[in-house]
Design a protein around this ligand. Structure first.
Ligand code: GLP
Length: 241
Protein backbone atom coordinates (compact mmCIF):
# COMPACT_ATOMS: atom_id res chain seq x y z
CA UNK A 1 0.00 0.00 0.00
CA UNK A 2 1.22 3.44 -0.86
CA UNK A 3 -0.10 6.36 1.23
CA UNK A 4 0.36 9.93 0.08
CA UNK A 5 -0.64 12.86 2.28
CA UNK A 6 -1.39 16.04 0.38
CA UNK A 7 -1.43 19.57 1.81
CA UNK A 8 -4.98 20.27 0.71
CA UNK A 9 -7.79 19.11 -1.56
CA UNK A 10 -6.29 20.78 -4.61
CA UNK A 11 -3.00 18.95 -4.21
CA UNK A 12 -4.81 15.69 -3.39
CA UNK A 13 -6.80 15.97 -6.61
CA UNK A 14 -3.68 16.75 -8.64
CA UNK A 15 -1.79 13.76 -7.24
CA UNK A 16 -4.74 11.40 -7.67
CA UNK A 17 -5.37 12.64 -11.21
CA UNK A 18 -1.71 11.90 -12.02
CA UNK A 19 -2.42 8.18 -11.53
CA UNK A 20 -5.42 8.32 -13.87
CA UNK A 21 -3.45 10.22 -16.48
CA UNK A 22 -0.64 7.65 -16.32
CA UNK A 23 -3.10 4.81 -16.90
CA UNK A 24 -4.78 6.49 -19.88
CA UNK A 25 -1.46 7.61 -21.38
CA UNK A 26 -0.10 4.06 -21.18
CA UNK A 27 -3.29 2.55 -22.59
CA UNK A 28 -5.69 4.75 -24.59
CA UNK A 29 -8.30 1.96 -24.36
CA UNK A 30 -8.06 1.76 -20.57
CA UNK A 31 -11.03 0.85 -18.41
CA UNK A 32 -11.54 3.28 -15.54
CA UNK A 33 -13.55 2.42 -12.45
CA UNK A 34 -15.23 5.63 -11.36
CA UNK A 35 -16.95 6.80 -8.18
CA UNK A 36 -19.42 9.46 -7.14
CA UNK A 37 -19.38 11.60 -4.01
CA UNK A 38 -17.60 14.88 -3.39
CA UNK A 39 -14.12 13.34 -3.02
CA UNK A 40 -13.42 12.60 -6.71
CA UNK A 41 -14.86 15.85 -8.12
CA UNK A 42 -11.42 17.52 -8.16
CA UNK A 43 -10.04 14.60 -10.18
CA UNK A 44 -12.88 14.93 -12.69
CA UNK A 45 -12.26 18.67 -13.01
CA UNK A 46 -8.62 18.00 -13.86
CA UNK A 47 -9.57 15.29 -16.37
CA UNK A 48 -11.88 17.78 -18.08
CA UNK A 49 -9.27 20.57 -17.98
CA UNK A 50 -6.53 18.43 -19.49
CA UNK A 51 -8.92 17.15 -22.14
CA UNK A 52 -9.86 20.73 -23.05
CA UNK A 53 -6.14 21.53 -23.45
CA UNK A 54 -5.85 18.60 -25.87
CA UNK A 55 -3.50 16.70 -23.57
CA UNK A 56 -5.56 13.54 -23.04
CA UNK A 57 -8.29 11.84 -25.04
CA UNK A 58 -10.87 9.44 -23.68
CA UNK A 59 -12.18 8.48 -27.13
CA UNK A 60 -11.36 4.80 -26.62
CA UNK A 61 -11.63 4.66 -22.85
CA UNK A 62 -14.44 2.80 -21.05
CA UNK A 63 -15.72 3.55 -17.59
CA UNK A 64 -17.56 1.49 -15.02
CA UNK A 65 -19.18 3.12 -12.01
CA UNK A 66 -19.63 1.67 -8.56
CA UNK A 67 -23.23 2.22 -7.64
CA UNK A 68 -26.64 3.83 -8.12
CA UNK A 69 -29.73 4.55 -6.07
CA UNK A 70 -32.56 2.09 -6.66
CA UNK A 71 -35.55 3.80 -8.19
CA UNK A 72 -33.88 6.99 -9.41
CA UNK A 73 -33.99 7.47 -13.19
CA UNK A 74 -30.89 8.74 -15.03
CA UNK A 75 -32.61 12.11 -15.40
CA UNK A 76 -33.03 12.64 -11.62
CA UNK A 77 -30.50 15.24 -10.53
CA UNK A 78 -29.41 13.09 -7.57
CA UNK A 79 -28.92 9.91 -9.57
CA UNK A 80 -25.32 8.83 -9.91
CA UNK A 81 -25.72 8.63 -13.70
CA UNK A 82 -26.71 12.31 -13.69
CA UNK A 83 -23.75 13.12 -11.42
CA UNK A 84 -21.33 11.41 -13.80
CA UNK A 85 -22.78 13.07 -16.90
CA UNK A 86 -22.62 16.49 -15.29
CA UNK A 87 -19.25 16.21 -13.52
CA UNK A 88 -17.35 14.25 -16.15
CA UNK A 89 -18.86 12.52 -19.17
CA UNK A 90 -20.36 15.62 -20.77
CA UNK A 91 -17.00 17.41 -20.41
CA UNK A 92 -14.73 14.87 -22.13
CA UNK A 93 -14.80 12.84 -25.34
CA UNK A 94 -15.67 9.46 -23.80
CA UNK A 95 -18.23 7.62 -25.97
CA UNK A 96 -21.65 7.43 -24.33
CA UNK A 97 -21.92 3.70 -25.07
CA UNK A 98 -18.65 3.08 -23.21
CA UNK A 99 -19.85 4.56 -19.92
CA UNK A 100 -21.49 2.13 -17.52
CA UNK A 101 -23.42 2.99 -14.36
CA UNK A 102 -25.86 0.54 -12.77
CA UNK A 103 -29.39 1.34 -13.90
CA UNK A 104 -31.48 2.32 -10.88
CA UNK A 105 -34.80 1.70 -12.60
CA UNK A 106 -33.94 -1.75 -14.02
CA UNK A 107 -35.21 -4.99 -12.49
CA UNK A 108 -32.83 -5.21 -9.51
CA UNK A 109 -31.74 -8.87 -9.64
CA UNK A 110 -31.27 -8.89 -13.41
CA UNK A 111 -29.31 -5.67 -13.22
CA UNK A 112 -26.96 -7.17 -10.61
CA UNK A 113 -26.23 -10.11 -12.90
CA UNK A 114 -25.79 -7.86 -15.94
CA UNK A 115 -23.33 -5.74 -13.99
CA UNK A 116 -21.25 -8.68 -12.79
CA UNK A 117 -21.06 -9.96 -16.38
CA UNK A 118 -20.00 -6.50 -17.48
CA UNK A 119 -17.24 -6.37 -14.86
CA UNK A 120 -15.88 -9.64 -16.16
CA UNK A 121 -15.83 -8.43 -19.73
CA UNK A 122 -14.26 -5.08 -18.80
CA UNK A 123 -11.38 -5.62 -16.37
CA UNK A 124 -10.58 -2.26 -14.76
CA UNK A 125 -7.08 -0.87 -14.97
CA UNK A 126 -7.77 1.42 -12.03
CA UNK A 127 -10.67 1.95 -9.65
CA UNK A 128 -11.27 5.28 -7.90
CA UNK A 129 -12.85 4.92 -4.46
CA UNK A 130 -14.11 7.25 -1.78
CA UNK A 131 -14.95 6.10 1.72
CA UNK A 132 -18.04 6.62 3.85
CA UNK A 133 -17.85 7.85 7.45
CA UNK A 134 -18.70 4.31 8.58
CA UNK A 135 -16.00 2.78 6.37
CA UNK A 136 -18.28 1.85 3.49
CA UNK A 137 -16.90 1.61 -0.03
CA UNK A 138 -19.33 2.13 -2.88
CA UNK A 139 -22.51 1.20 -0.99
CA UNK A 140 -21.04 -1.83 0.75
CA UNK A 141 -22.16 -1.13 4.29
CA UNK A 142 -20.61 -2.70 7.44
CA UNK A 143 -21.33 -6.43 7.51
CA UNK A 144 -21.06 -6.95 3.74
CA UNK A 145 -19.22 -10.23 3.02
CA UNK A 146 -15.87 -9.89 1.28
CA UNK A 147 -16.93 -12.25 -1.50
CA UNK A 148 -20.03 -10.24 -2.43
CA UNK A 149 -20.87 -9.56 -6.07
CA UNK A 150 -23.10 -6.74 -7.30
CA UNK A 151 -26.11 -6.60 -4.99
CA UNK A 152 -28.98 -4.54 -3.66
CA UNK A 153 -28.40 -2.92 -0.28
CA UNK A 154 -30.60 -1.29 2.28
CA UNK A 155 -28.78 1.91 3.10
CA UNK A 156 -27.64 2.57 6.66
CA UNK A 157 -29.45 5.38 8.45
CA UNK A 158 -26.07 7.12 8.83
CA UNK A 159 -25.43 6.90 5.08
CA UNK A 160 -28.88 8.25 4.27
CA UNK A 161 -28.35 11.07 6.77
CA UNK A 162 -24.93 11.87 5.28
CA UNK A 163 -26.42 12.02 1.78
CA UNK A 164 -29.58 13.90 2.80
CA UNK A 165 -27.77 17.20 2.16
CA UNK A 166 -28.23 16.61 -1.55
CA UNK A 167 -31.98 16.04 -1.33
CA UNK A 168 -34.87 18.26 -0.25
CA UNK A 169 -35.12 16.24 2.99
CA UNK A 170 -34.13 12.84 4.34
CA UNK A 171 -37.41 11.23 3.26
CA UNK A 172 -36.42 11.87 -0.35
CA UNK A 173 -33.19 9.86 0.02
CA UNK A 174 -33.74 6.42 -1.51
CA UNK A 175 -33.75 3.53 0.96
CA UNK A 176 -31.92 1.10 -1.32
CA UNK A 177 -29.03 1.13 -3.73
CA UNK A 178 -27.42 -1.21 -6.21
CA UNK A 179 -23.71 -1.54 -5.63
CA UNK A 180 -20.70 -3.30 -7.00
CA UNK A 181 -19.71 -5.84 -4.34
CA UNK A 182 -16.45 -6.04 -2.44
CA UNK A 183 -15.31 -8.86 -4.73
CA UNK A 184 -15.95 -6.68 -7.79
CA UNK A 185 -14.07 -3.75 -6.29
CA UNK A 186 -11.10 -5.90 -5.35
CA UNK A 187 -10.89 -7.28 -8.91
CA UNK A 188 -9.59 -3.95 -10.24
CA UNK A 189 -5.88 -4.06 -11.11
CA UNK A 190 -5.17 -0.91 -9.13
CA UNK A 191 -7.23 0.91 -6.50
CA UNK A 192 -6.99 4.64 -5.86
CA UNK A 193 -8.66 5.58 -2.56
CA UNK A 194 -9.15 9.28 -1.91
CA UNK A 195 -10.40 10.84 1.33
CA UNK A 196 -10.52 14.34 2.62
CA UNK A 197 -11.52 16.07 5.86
CA UNK A 198 -11.53 15.27 9.57
CA UNK A 199 -14.85 13.40 9.35
CA UNK A 200 -13.01 10.63 7.45
CA UNK A 201 -10.08 10.29 9.86
CA UNK A 202 -11.59 7.47 11.96
CA UNK A 203 -12.76 5.52 8.91
CA UNK A 204 -9.32 5.88 7.30
CA UNK A 205 -7.53 4.74 10.46
CA UNK A 206 -9.80 1.69 10.76
CA UNK A 207 -9.48 0.93 7.05
CA UNK A 208 -5.72 1.16 6.75
CA UNK A 209 -4.45 0.28 10.21
CA UNK A 210 -7.28 -1.70 11.82
CA UNK A 211 -8.10 -5.38 11.68
CA UNK A 212 -9.43 -6.65 8.35
CA UNK A 213 -13.07 -7.14 9.18
CA UNK A 214 -16.48 -6.82 7.56
CA UNK A 215 -17.29 -4.28 10.31
CA UNK A 216 -15.17 -1.82 8.34
CA UNK A 217 -15.73 -2.67 4.67
CA UNK A 218 -12.75 -0.58 3.50
CA UNK A 219 -10.34 -2.61 5.67
CA UNK A 220 -10.44 -5.33 2.99
CA UNK A 221 -8.38 -2.98 0.81
CA UNK A 222 -5.33 -3.92 2.91
CA UNK A 223 -5.43 -7.21 0.98
CA UNK A 224 -5.17 -5.49 -2.41
CA UNK A 225 -1.79 -5.80 -4.11
CA UNK A 226 -1.87 -2.39 -5.72
CA UNK A 227 -3.54 0.10 -3.41
CA UNK A 228 -2.75 3.80 -3.56
CA UNK A 229 -4.28 6.08 -0.92
CA UNK A 230 -4.28 9.85 -1.31
CA UNK A 231 -5.40 11.81 1.75
CA UNK A 232 -5.40 15.37 2.92
CA UNK A 233 -3.84 16.13 6.29
CA UNK A 234 -7.14 16.05 8.19
CA UNK A 235 -8.14 12.64 6.83
CA UNK A 236 -4.69 11.24 7.67
CA UNK A 237 -4.66 12.62 11.26
CA UNK A 238 -5.41 9.31 13.00
CA UNK A 239 -3.04 6.96 11.19
CA UNK A 240 0.44 6.13 12.35
CA UNK A 241 3.30 6.05 9.83
C1 GLP B 1 -21.57 7.68 -0.95
C2 GLP B 1 -21.05 6.80 -2.10
C3 GLP B 1 -19.64 6.33 -1.87
C4 GLP B 1 -18.78 7.50 -1.44
C5 GLP B 1 -19.27 8.04 -0.12
C6 GLP B 1 -18.45 9.21 0.40
O1 GLP B 1 -22.30 7.01 0.01
N1 GLP B 1 -21.86 5.67 -2.37
O2 GLP B 1 -19.15 5.74 -3.06
O3 GLP B 1 -17.44 7.10 -1.32
O4 GLP B 1 -20.61 8.47 -0.28
O5 GLP B 1 -18.77 10.36 -0.28
P1 GLP B 1 -17.98 11.71 -0.23
O6 GLP B 1 -16.82 11.57 -1.15
O7 GLP B 1 -18.96 12.75 -0.71
O8 GLP B 1 -17.58 11.93 1.18
Amino acid sequence: MKIIVAQDYQELSRIAYGFIKDVVSANPSAVLGLATGSSPIGIYDLMAEDYAKGEVSYRNVSSVNLDEYVGLPATHNQSYRYFMQHNLFDRIDIAAQNTFVPVGTAKPQQECQRYDDLLESLPRDIQILGIGNNGHIAFNEPGTPHDSGTHIVKLDDSTRAANARFFANINEVPTHAITMGIKGIMAAKKILLVATGASKADAIAAALRGKITTDCPASVLQNHKNLIVVLDKAASAKISF
